[in-house]
Design a protein. Structure first.
Length: 331
């Protein structure tokens, strides 16, 4: 190869510098020292959204799942039960029998009978004295006004016994002082022993619900709670339930195989459960304490209540009705 040809070949192996348009070298130098000098990315056309924005919008548009029970109720299977014994609030502004205005939402005094003609709503909260002196008729109406209902006896028992099969909210054996039970007989203490018994007026004396150390505030006995979070189902106040007395109910009581003192009953009587602050196990142990001797309109210093409601549960998943597509057998 001649010298001229060799020089030409050598020159062909050396890369040539790219042609840089005028001013481009300034941009390249600026980027090396300041990345912010890069031109801004083109914005999305109006009316379009970024993938991140679309995902966020879909998430915010997703419906919220309602809790199965309100905060003042516990979930027990497919139903809700008030966590605490109920008190009354005035549902609609009204006046009492003496013409005194009653503001809507005001708490009715627990030691006074509900006023005739006043609409009440049941409420459940800790630290409040539960309503005494209430009949089954009045308790049912207060639950309905609250959008609830009286518990069925079977629901009441399940909430009281908790997840197991114990006889008391806290276990299978009674523990003195754990619930508000076994206190002295207050009628005797305040009105003395009477051979013929006490009058109905004495049974409904406000003094019986105001005497210190007897009726407790809701949740005051911290150990008197089931593992489902339901308080004071044994003792403090009897609790009306939705069942009515009939032969079928009495047969069920006989089949429970717990010790109960015989009590008078007739068809159409109401039922209240759990005992109150001066009872022990005369009419059944703990959760099984059942009174059937009184008509639905009965009330005294020992009668209270709580409410139940159906739980808000998600619908069951839809069944896949598509047939499985298996491979055809060979041959």
């Amino acid at each position: 190869m001649g010298a001229a040809s060799a020089a030409a070949a050598s020159a062909a192996l050396v890369p040539t510098a790219p042609v840089v348009p005028a001013g481009a070298e300034v941009i390249q130098a600026s980027v090396m020292t300041n990345p912010a000098a890069l031109p801004a990315a083109p914005s999305a056309p109006a009316g379009t959204a970024s993938p991140e924005g679309t995902a966020g919008a879909l998430a915010s548009a997703a419906p919220e799942i309602a809790p199965p029970c309100p905060a003042d109720m516990s979930l027990v299977g497919t139903f809700c039960v008030d966590r605490w014994e109920a008190h009354l609030v005035v549902a609609e502004a009204s006046t009492n029998g003496e013409g005194v205005p009653l503001a809507a939402g005001s708490i009715h005094p627990h030691a006074q009978r509900p006023e005739a003609g006043v609409k009440y709503e049941a409420r459940s909260a800790p630290g409040v004295f539960p309503q005494a002196f209430i009949s089954r008729v009045e308790a049912k109406a207060a639950c309905v006004t609250a959008g609830k209902r009286l518990c069925a006896r079977r629901e009441w028992l399940r909430a009281c016994r908790g997840k197991g099969t114990q006889r008391y909210p806290y276990g299978n054996r009674g523990q003195r002082g754990t619930c508000a039970t076994g206190k002295p007989h207050l009628l005797s203490a305040l009105f003395g022993e009477k051979k013929r018994g006490w009058t109905y007026e004495e049974f409904n004396s406000p003094r019986l619900a105001l005497e210190p150390g007897f009726l407790a505030k809701a949740g005051e006995y911290e150990g008197c709670v089931s593992d489902l979070g339901v308080h004071d189902m044994v003792g403090n106040l009897h609790e009306w339930v939705g069942d009515m007395v009939d032969q079928e109910l009495m047969d069920r009581l006989d089949g429970e195989e717990v010790e109960r003192r015989k009590q008078p009953w007739r068809e159409g009587n109401g039922v209240f459960m759990g005992g109150f602050f001066s009872t022990t196990s005369e009419l059944g142990p703990g959760c099984y304490y059942t009174t059937v001797a009184h008509e639905p309109g009965y009330h005294d210093y020992s009668t209270g209540f709580r409410c139940c409601d159906d739980a808000t549960l998600p619908p069951p998943p839809a069944k896949d009705t598509r047939k499985a597509r298996g491979k055809k057998p060979a041959g």
